[in-house]
Design a binder for this molecule. Structure first.
Ligand SMILES: [Zn+2]
Length: 64
């Protein structure tokens, strides 16, 4: 009676988890308050999401 070897499926080696972008918490986009006015920048109730420019939408902190 041959002992069956369990073929453990190894997940593909993942690259080291990149640290989450501090600006967007790894979401890849930021929600910013829409401001009006050139100088004071009065905040409105409108919010818009924008691509996080810190990580360019990847959600990972870039380390160079
Ligand atoms: Zn980001």
């Amino acid at each position: 009676m041959a002992a069956r070897k369990t073929t453990a499926r190894r997940p593909a080696t993942k690259p080291a988890a990149a640290p989450a972008c501090p600006d967007c918490d790894g979401k890849g986009e930021t929600t910013e308050t829409v401001r009006v006015g050139a100088r004071k920048g009065r905040e409105t109730d409108d919010r818009q999401s924008a691509l996080c420019l810190t990580c360019f939408g990847t959600g990972n902190a870039l380390e160079e």
